[in-house]
Design a protein around this ligand. Structure first.
Ligand code: JBK
Length: 243
């Protein structure tokens, strides 16, 4: 999979050289390319922003700079990429969306700054490629770079071969393997730590019993912390969702 990230702060994406994503890049499983948007800026000051029409606080990133950048980046490979734009106005990032993007051959992430990007940039991009706006949550960040790091990691770990043990992803919270529930509490050695013991059932070795225990703990945890997920499962699968 190829992933391009366009930003005015390339150094913000340095963590993509580390850990899981860094290893996958060096193994040739991911082709991650970070581009400085200012490469496409013109003029002495390489300006990438201007005042918003209609007034209002702050500045907007301009269409000509982003247009030139996306033309070159999205035109530099086989086929057509899916353009992802982190923004508070986007649809929520979910495991399901990350999983769908993990099967794409090529993603381009456009990181906005200031008050965002001139709307015509996405309107124009939609004429040539699929475009999705994605939000990490209902809070305000200074730009899209942190969200881009999150999206790249959430997607990359689902790319075949990136996780050492693919089964790890199956028991994640929100994953199909946990039925879209939060994952159960997990334990490792020592068996007793301070005055706390590992639950006996996990030490017994009966996989069917362990699976049932984990399912029950997932249901309890989800009901306590994310009842909205239970409502969604009920709506989708009826009471059978909790068998
Ligand atoms: N919330 C926010 C933002 O304020 C700026 C860029 C991206 C996001 N986001 O993805 O959630």
């Amino acid at each position: 999979m190829r992933i391009d990230v366009v930003t005015i702060f390339p150094a913000y994406l340095a963590p993509l050289d580390e850990a899981l994503v860094g290893r996958a890049r060096r193994a040739g499983l991911l082709d991650v390319r970070v581009h400085d948007l200012r490469r496409w800026a013109t003029g002495v000051h390489k300006a990438v922003d201007d005042a918003p029409y209609g007034g209002g606080p702050g500045m907007l990133m301009t269409a000509p700079v982003w247009g030139a950048a996306l033309d070159e980046v999205a035109g530099s490979g086989e086929g057509v990429p899916r353009l992802l734009v982190p923004t508070p106005a986007g649809a929520p990032l979910t495991q399901r969306r990350a999983a769908s993007w993990a099967s794409e051959p090529w993603l381009v992430l456009a990181c906005g700054r200031y008050e965002g990007i001139d709307a015509r940039v996405l309107d124009d991009a939609r004429r040539r490629m699929p475009v999705e706006e994605v939000s990490l949550g209902d809070y305000v960040l200074a730009g899209g770079e942190v969200a881009a790091l999150v999206v790249v990691e959430a997607v990359s770990r689902l790319v075949p071969g990136v996780l050492g043990n693919p089964a790890s992803a199956e028991l994640d919270s929100f994953a199909e393997g946990t039925g879209g529930l939060l994952e159960a509490p997990a334990y490792t050695r020592p068996e007793r730590w301070r005055d706390l013991d590992v639950p006996e059932v996990l030490r017994g070795g009966n996989h069917a019993v362990v699976d049932r225990w984990r399912r029950d703990r997932s249901l309890e945890r989800t009901a306590a912390v994310r009842p909205d997920l239970l409502d969604a499962l009920l709506a989708r699968h009826g009471a059978a969702a909790f068998d």
